[in-house]
Design a protein around this ligand. Structure first.
Ligand code: FAD
Length: 668
């Protein structure tokens, strides 16, 4: 029976594997899973699978707008161990080498597939550079047919990537089959098993287009709903407010749903504050790495040189050939705080220098590439350049550190504690000095049987979901999704007779999901102005409150990314109240219902971030945030993971240390 806004239709489905999300990791899993399901069938086990995405896969997730580079491609002459070293240094020494190394040795295969599927990868042949538009061979594959991919950095290669997500999604959809894909369904929560609290048995969500609630039961689930944006007040205001660097539609669903299901989170204190072209958030990588531009203060001084000695405060992370990303911000922030802003990308000098060695034709090509860089992944930046009369060869552009984002796949490493590969070693219980603080039901080492399974049985994650292992980017997220496909099929085969039983009744779940709608319908006539009502708060207003708390007390742009124990205590109290008031959010239509639940996911993610910063009594990421009451990196006491487990019954966090161990020799 078709539902109404007040009484949604309830659709119940049972599958063996549910994939939540349709981004890079989900597409990797969708592409990879069918052959493994085929192998299971040959072994006598029938496995069903379904993918649900809150949006449309062709343009969903962080790659929606396209990208101009694939940031993780190892290539034939580089060592995955070097890649693991780079990941570790950039994230101030606290990463899981097992995860990074495993990714490094597998990631290239996904890049080769992208090319196979039609993604144009730039290439240099006999010293001449070709991109997708200029490649001479009909149907030629730029990587496979010899020549070198154009590298914008040691690990990055350039692409014509406006249609990157279309290409990757098309392969995923073709492999999985459209009957197994459901778009426009927002998953609100996971449901634990009635007989095993530490296991997932289902998920519940709603359609963003029709009055329908979906209740899924499953044996295994891949939770890959991206990172978290808009918990901090954004720099963009007014009509520009939807503009952020990471995509605003990634709302912390991964972290909140995993936490509520009881999964252990890791490094939630980590954040990413990218320095980007001001207001448009345009990418800077190609300008720094490919065009060799430098960033300066308002007086033309290169702050990376001028403030170089500040790096000595943070050995060894400051002294690496490429200092950690946060430390590069640290050097920039000194200029801003001491009044020598604005900060500029010196495009004028960079292009003039290139003109000294290149022919006019080559320079024209390069200028076209500079615009292409934006057009491929951040069209809004082109709008700003056009609107502000910026010709990069004549006028420099402002740079600005953005508001903070939480993510595990780009240059950040917050996320979920996930099982590593079997063949790369990890600390044992005996070696673990803090083992007694870890809840007894959780694993003690770094591998517990199924690659990428979280500490909750049957719950897997990848991409932005996997913590303590950043710098995976688009290709790495796809690769991790593929690894999960394989291990989820193995898990289902090993549990083929297990029957999921939801620990909550379907009626209660539907009631909970549609609460904002009922709140609205019950109280809407109490006042004459629909947005002003003592019985409810609009999702938009609630989001303002969240962003104000985080911005002012948890090291947002308002305080130049600084906080302290007292400010965090205030934030804790205010977030507690906000959590209570979130139960009073209204939804006047399905769009607002989406906004309400996105906000709920944001609040719990924000709380996890705050709790972890509060627990870690040092400033591990100077330039991303500073705890001014512990404004130093304390290697002796805090060279460790900070992990946490949320109790959804008591609504409290248990935050604790886990030992860190280098598996790759970092002295090299
Ligand atoms: P995503 O790809 O973001 O996918 C998340 C998916 O979950 C989406 O389909 C979303 O619709 C869905 N979803 C979210 N919540 C729910 C829910 N509650 N229910 C159902 N579905 C949900 N990588 C590079 O290689 N090179 C680059 O140059 C590069 N630049 C980048 C620039 C920007 C501005 C951004 C944002 C990212 C960039 N990346 C780059 C990184 C890359 O995009 C990410 O690493 C990658 O997309 C992460 O994959 P994921 O699957 O974890 O998340």
């Amino acid at each position: 029976m078709a539902g109404t806004f007040g009484n949604p239709e309830v659709v119940q489905e049972e599958v063996d594997i549910l994939i939540i999300g349709g981004g890079m990791a989900a597409c990797g899993a969708a592409y990879e899973i069918m052959p493994w399901i085929g192998a299971a069938k040959d072994a006598g086990v029938d496995i069903t699978v379904k993918l649900v995405d809150k949006a449309a896969m062709d343009r969903s997730g962080a790659v929606a707008q396209g990208l101009s580079a694939i940031n993780t491609y190892i290539g034939p002459n580089q060592d995955p161990a070097d890649y693991a070293r780079m990941v570790s240094n950039d994230l101030m020494g606290i990463t899981r080498d097992d995860l990074a190394y495993d990714l490094g040795r597998n990631v290239d295969d996904s890049v080769h597939l992208f090319e196979e599927w039609g993604l144009p990868i730039w290439k240099t042949v006999n010293g001449e550079r070709f991109d997708g538009a200029t490649w001479p061979k009909e149907g030629g594959k730029l990587l496979k047919d010899g020549g070198d991919p154009v590298r914008s950095g040691k690990w990055q290669i350039m692409i014509n990537g406006e249609s990157y997500k279309w290409i990757v999604a098309e392969a995923a959809k073709k492999a999985l089959g459209s009957d197994n894909i459901q778009e426009r369904v927002f998953i609100v929560k996971l449901v634990n098993d009635a007989n095993d609290k530490n296991r997932v048995a289902g998920a519940v969500g709603f359609s963003t287009r029709e009055d329908k609630v979906y209740v899924y039961k499953f044996k295994a689930c891949l939770l890959v709903a991206g990172g978290c944006v808009n918990i901090f007040r954004p720099r963009s205001v007014g009509e520009g407010q939807g503009r952020a660097w990471y995509p605003v539609w990634n709302a912390g669903s991964t972290y909140t749903m995993a936490a509520e299901a009881g999964a252990e989170l890791t490094m939630m204190e980590n954040r990413f504050v990218p320095a980007r072209f001001k207001d448009g958030y345009g990418p800077v990588g190609a300008w720094f790495l490919l065009f060799k531009a430098q960033a300066t203060n308002a007086y033309g001084e290169v702050y990376m040189t001028k403030n170089k000695e500040l790096l000595n405060d943070y050995p060894p992370y400051g002294q690496a050939a490429v200092p950690a990303s946060c430390l590069r911000n640290h050097l920039m922030l000194k200029e801003m705080k001491e009044g020598r802003g604005p900060i500029y990308m010196d495009t004028v000098t960079a292009l003039a220098k290139l003109r000294e060695t290149l022919s006019p034709r080559e320079v024209k090509h390069l200028e076209a590439e500079a615009w292409e860089d934006f057009l491929d992944m951040c069209i809004g930046q082109c709008g700003i350049w056009v609107g502000e009369n910026i010709e990069p060869e004549k006028k420099n552009s402002e740079l600005m550190p953005t508001e903070p984002y939480l993510l595990g796949s780009h240059s950040g490493c917050c996320g979920i504690w996930a099982s590593g590969p079997e063949d790369v070693g990890a600390p044992t219980t005996e070696e673990h000095p803090e083992a007694d603080k870890i809840p007894a039901h959780l694993p003690q080492g770094w591998n517990w049987g199924y690659r990428s399974m979280t500490t909750v049985r049957g719950l897997f994650t990848a991409g932005d979901g996997v913590g303590a292992s950043g710098h995976k980017f688009s290709s790495g997220s796809h690769t991790e999704g593929r690894m999960c496909a394989q291990s989820m099929v193995k898990f289902v085969m090993d549990n083929k007779d297990w029957v999921p039983t939801l620990d909550t009744s379907v009626e209660s779940l539907v009631e909970e999901i549609y609460r904002p709608v009922r709140t609205f319908l019950e109280h809407k006539d109490y006042t004459t102005a629909i947005d002003v009502n003592p019985h409810y708060i609009t999702p938009r207003m609630l989001q303002f409150r969240l962003q104000k708390i985080m911005d002012e007390y948890v090291a947002g742009v308002a305080t130049y990314y600084t906080t302290n124990g007292h400010m965090l205590a205030v934030a804790e109290e205010k977030l507690g109240m906000l959590k209570e008031d979130a139960m009073k959010m209204r939804a006047k239509d399905l769009h607002e219902l989406l906004r309400a639940w996105e906000n709920y996911h944001r609040i719990l993610t924000a709380e996890a971030h705050m709790k972890h910063i509060q627990f870690r009594q040092e400033s591990r990421y100077p330039g991303f945030y500073y705890r001014m009451d512990h404004n130093y990196v304390d290697e002796e006491n805090w060279h460790c993971f900070v992990n946490s487990v949320y109790d959804k019954e008591t609504k409290t966090w248990n935050v604790f240390k886990r030992a860190h161990k280098d598996l790759v020799d970092k002295s090299k």
